[in-house]
Design a binder for this molecule. Structure first.
Ligand SMILES: [Zn+2]
Length: 315
């Protein structure tokens, strides 16, 4: 049996065909984003799916279902997309539209939820039942799995961990319109912003190391080489990451929290200090029992989670 997973991103629509071992055996992509209309994106999804089946020499009968991950709010079982602000894709009956062309079961889901589902079924959180997967990238995304199932909340929008407010006074303005959101302190964007601000007034090797192009990676590198400015910024950043995670642990007490996104390439250099900060932030006498690890599926998590979405529904 095969599974089709579609990851509808802000700039690219990525499609993958999974085999019964949940491995991606075929891939196809097309350009997406604001330049395309809703109808064009829908035809892309249909064409990419046909391309995958053609390449593998299979038909719809060999495919369990198709899952589509969207950067927005969806009603998964109805196959309905409520809104995806970044790609102007809203109020789309995806299931009906796709089934006009493909004889397949169709499911849709928020992309961060799918990344979490993928890690639980086929990644670093296999075998766990209460799991949170956080993505530290341009923003901060989150997917919550409770009792092995995606937790969507009562109105389909749960898991927006990036907008928990962690700073009340003079907090940075967030894209959501509020100030002091976790995303403004825990995203890669926030780390880079702080580094750029700090080196304006101090002596640091950060600029030489990165040739005026500071990234999360170059900040970690500078800190490893003993640059005090980089060390300071990084420690402050990891404290804020830990602060938001401590809130999540206090509310949900998950078995494991996985950290994904570009930042997870730093592995133990990221995880160890975060664990230390959480231990000191937890209330007195409370041990850190939640395992904190890096996610392992990387950019494929979206496709894998989308492909496997249909297996989590009882039809
Ligand atoms: Zn916000």
């Amino acid at each position: 049996m095969y599974y089709i997973g579609i990851d509808l991103g802000g700039t690219t629509t990525k499609a993958g065909l999974l085999n019964s071992n949940y491995e991606i055996v075929q891939r196809a992509t097309s350009v997406s984003g604001m330049l395309k209309t809703q109808d064009e994106i829908l035809s892309d999804i249909i064409n990419l799916s046909r391309e995958l089946m053609y390449k593998e020499n299979i038909t719809e009968q060999d495919v369990h279902s198709i899952g589509i991950g969207c950067p927005g709010i969806t009603i998964p079982k109805e196959g309905f997309v409520i809104s995806c602000p970044n790609i102007s894709f809203s109020n789309v009956d995806m299931k009906t539209e796709i089934q006009k062309h493909l004889n397949l079961d169709v499911y849709v889901e928020n992309d961060a939820n799918l990344a979490a589902l993928a890690e639980v079924i086929a990644g670093a959180a296999q075998g766990t039942t209460n799991t949170i997967v956080i993505t530290l990238g341009t923003g901060v995304g989150g997917g919550i799995i409770i009792d092995g199932k995606i937790y969507r909340g009562s109105f389909w929008g749960a898991g927006e961990v990036g907008h928990q407010v962690i700073k009340f006074d003079n907090g940075h303005l967030c894209g959501c319109g509020k100030t002091g959101c976790w995303e403004q302190y825990a995203s890669a964007t926030a780390l880079i912003r702080d580094a750029k601000e700090a080196i304006l007034n101090t002596t640091s090797t950060l600029l030489e190391l990165s040739e005026d192009n500071i990234t999360a990676k170059t900040i970690f590198e500078a800190a490893n080489k003993g640059d005090l400015v980089a060390k300071d910024i990084l420690d402050n950043y990891l404290y804020f990451v830990a602060l938001g995670l401590t809130n999540l642990i206090n509310v949900l007490q998950p078995e494991v929290i996985l950290i994904g996104g570009g930042m997870s390439a730093q592995k133990e250099k990221l995880i160890e200090p975060i664990k230390n900060h959480i231990s000191s932030l937890l209330s007195h006498g409370q041990d850190l029992k939640t395992e904190i690890k890096c996610a392992i599926l990387g950019n494929d998590a979206g496709i894998i989670g989308a492909g496997l979405l249909g297996t989590t529904f009882n039809n």
